[in-house]
Design a protein around this ligand. Sequence first.
Ligand code: ADP
Ligand code: MG
Length: 247
Amino acid sequence: MAIIEVNNLKKVFGQLEVLKNVSFSVNPSEVVAVIGPSGSGKSTMLRSLVHLEEANGGSIRIGDQYLVRDGAYSNAQQIKAMTSRMGMVFQHFNLFPHLTVKGNLELSPRLVKGRSAAEVSRMSRELLDKVGLADKADVYPSSLSGGQKQRVAIARALMMNPEILLFDEPTSALDPELTGEVLQVMKRLAGEQITMIVVTHEMGFAREVADRVLFMADGEIIESGTPEQIFGNPRHERTRSFLNRVL
Ligand code: ADP
Ligand code: MG
């Protein structure tokens, strides 16, 4: 069974229909890349999954529960249970500047999950090691490069043991020479059990790492398929013209 199922999701901002009838599903451990022009609704779609945006219609199922079903949202407690299964990594890192790297990682598991200091300390050491930043535990974010900040943000998301990781253009704010270190960490994660949805402009990453690619334009999923199919033999003219522009 799919771990995420989205059906006819709709979102409007004022007069603007940002998500028209978005439907897709994601299987456990699958890596799905979402590509498409700026303004096509990719961030809104991702933010809807973690209830940072409320949809105006449609359904989102996470596991065996509905976050929203035919436009009706579950109660706050159920929503929290569902969104806590997901972690999100943003374009602009969103690290807490007044906390050290270790402090950034340990805050939520302490506050939200009530884990012990010893336990979160062990976890943060392990995860910083995993993203190649074992020596940065005690520094403040301001002393890190963009690529290092984003790797901290990924480690911080992993501290909550999410089953699903959502990435919203994680490398778009980085200098080109820093994107590789972040993509490499993501690629390593993709090889693990975790389910990933990655909104990205990195076509090389989508092609190499994703199991499936969704192409969005104007609030709709125009086309979805394997990387080979989308990049090698796109069915829709809009997919073709988008890829011609970005590749
Ligand atoms: P993408 O991530 O694909 O660039 P977004 O989901 O950010 O697209 O935005 C889709 C459309 O919705 C854009 O036209 C954007 O200007 C609009 N939009 C996004 N967030 C808001 C908001 N909070 N209020 C009004 N319009 C918004
Ligand atoms: Mg966006």
